[in-house]
Design a protein around this ligand. Structure first.
Ligand SMILES: NC(=O)c1ccc[n+]([C@@H]2O[C@H](COP(=O)([O-])OP(=O)(O)OC[C@H]3O[C@@H](n4cnc5c(N)ncnc54)[C@H](O)[C@@H]3O)[C@@H](O)[C@H]2O)c1
Length: 257
């Protein structure tokens, strides 16, 4: 019997088989969780469907997280088809390429707004929409994905670092707000992994090499390790933990020099 048998979850952010969201989904499904997924736009539909259809009884729905009507539709369908919800995985981020690549001081107002809307506010909007379903289950667990660039100025991470700082603060405020309703909210701060989103970061390959050299474990984190950490945060094994940012980075963040 799996740790999550009889439980249901929704995963936002699968784009392809390299997505952190997909590694997380595989770990949750392995432990018996039934999953709903969303994809962003028709362009991604077929490739995401090819993955999610390999998991038992999965549900796949369109959702651009900037679109309130699509968010409402998603949770309506989850209610109708799954009847309950125990967890929500937020693995979504975006910042315009120019705003990532330019000097930080030149960040545009529009880029700043869009990056925060998609990468941080969406956590609040999705958690709010999930609440009535969490209540049916007697509580819930929300897990978001973040990066060290929220805490320290990391070359090339720029606007995304500021959006991640907002995401991490949102994790804490949501956790404080929703704890009395037995809803836990945590984040995983993952070390760099070569994904579609990561390729938007200038100098990403250099970042990978640097992390592998400096991290105490002398390597980069594997997708499966991020999946297993999310499994821990979703499962009752972490029932006393909320509002935390948990590093899954081979120890990189603890090193000073
Ligand atoms: N790859 C890394 O090195 C790394 C490290 C730490 C944290 N993260 C975080 O992990 C999360 C997942 O990223 P990933 O690296 O797996 O890349 P990815 O490209 O596979 O996933 C990013 C996802 O965000 C989705 N997305 C973007 N804009 C959206 C919108 N408007 N509506 C709905 N979905 C939207 C994309 O469709 C995609 O599925 C992100 O929050 C990212 O910042 C990544």
């Amino acid at each position: 019997m799996g740790l999550l048998e009889g439980k249901t979850g929704i995963v936002f952010g699968v784009a392809n088989k390299r997505s952190l969201a997909w590694a997380i989904a595989q770990a949750l499904s392995r432990e018996g969780m039934r999953l709903a997924f969303t994809y962003q736009g028709e362009r991604l539909k077929d490739s995401v469907a090819a993955l999610t259809s390999t998991l038992p009884d999965s549900l796949l729905l369109p959702c651009d997280v900037t679109n309130d009507a699509e968010v409402a539709d998603v949770f309506g369908r989850v209610d109708a088809e799954l009847g309950r919800l125990d967890s929500l995985v937020h693995s979504v981020a975006y910042a315009p390429k120019d705003d990532l690549e330019n000097e930080f001081v030149n960040t545009s107002r529009e880029g700043f707004k869009l990056a925060h809307d998609i990468s941080a506010y969406s956590l609040v909007a999705l958690t709010k929409a999930a609440l009535p379903l969490f209540e049916k289950s007697g509580g819930g667990s929300v897990v978001a994905l973040t990066y060290y660039g929220a805490e320290k100025a990391v070359e090339g991470y720029n606007l995304m670092g500021v959006a991640k700082a907002s995401l991490e603060a949102s994790v804490r405020y949501l956790a404080a707000n929703l704890g009395p309703r037995n809803v836990r909210v945590n984040a995983i701060s993952a070390g760099p992994v070569n994904t579609l989103a990561a390729r938007g970061i200038k100098g990403f390959t250099g970042m990978l090499h640097h992390h592998a050299e400096k991290a105490p474990l002398r390597r980069n984190v594997e997708l499966e390790e991020v999946g297993n950490a999310a499994l821990f945060l979703v499962s009752p094994m972490s029932s006393g933990i909320t509002g935390e940012v948990m590093f899954v980075d081979c120890g990189y963040n603890i090193v000073g020099l």
